[in-house]
Design a binder for this molecule. Structure first.
Ligand SMILES: Nc1nc2c(ncn2[C@@H]2O[C@H](COP(=O)(O)OP(=O)(O)OP(=O)(O)O)[C@@H](O)[C@H]2O)c(=O)[nH]1
Ligand SMILES: [Mg+2]
Length: 150
């Protein structure tokens, strides 16, 4: 699997999504055994919210092949500046979380992520694993076996 680093503000659902990707209920495995720690890097929301800490995210991004920018569909604003993805020479995907919450605006969150420069946007309810399989498919590399292959 490609390694993904999850970024986003506090409460956007990084740790919950990391757990879902790791397979508390959804699982993935490789022909060669891979520790989930090798596949998902979770970061604290404060790193995305605080200017001087955000530099750490720029450096950590080089540890991963894919950067996942999370934005909750319940957020009234976006942290991400237009075209911020240009700062990173990695694939950057957008992930809209909390799509299940009543009054949530996944459409607006998607527009903000696309404005930030994300070409690919996923929609998840990490509590039920809805949409999580699509991200795992995106991270799949040759030889990886996912539960639904069997
Ligand atoms: N309904 C719903 N709740 C979610 C979803 N994702 C996360 N949550 C809830 O949102 C809250 C915050 O989730 P976390 O995963 O801890 O958020 P985080 O981004 O890791 O936050 P920090 O570690 O503080 O940066 C928790 O109560 C989760 O259960 C989702 O897709 N839908
Ligand atoms: Mg967390």
């Amino acid at each position: 699997m490609k390694k993904i680093i999850l970024m986003g503000r506090t409460g956007s659902g990084k740790t919950t999504l990391a757990q879902a990707l790791k397979g508390d209920t959804v699982t993935f495995r490789k022909t060669q055994y891979v520790h989930y720690h090798d596949v998902v890097i979770d970061t604290p929301g404060e790193y995305a919210e605080t200017q001087y800490l955000s530099r750490a995210l720029a450096l950590y991004s080089y540890e991963a092949q894919v950067v996942g920018l999370l934005l909750s569909a319940t957020e009234p604003y976006s942290l991400y500046s237009p075209n911020i993805t240009n700062m990173v020479n990695r694939d950057v995907i957008g992930i809209v979380t909390h799509i299940d919450v009543s009054g949530a605006r996944p459409d607006r969150a998607e527009r903000w992520l696309r404005l930030a420069g994300c070409k690919t946007v996923f929609f998840v309810n990490s509590r039920t694993n809805e949409g999580v399989g699509e991200i795992l498919e995106y991270l799949r590399e040759d030889g990886d076996v996912l539960p639904w292959d069997e």
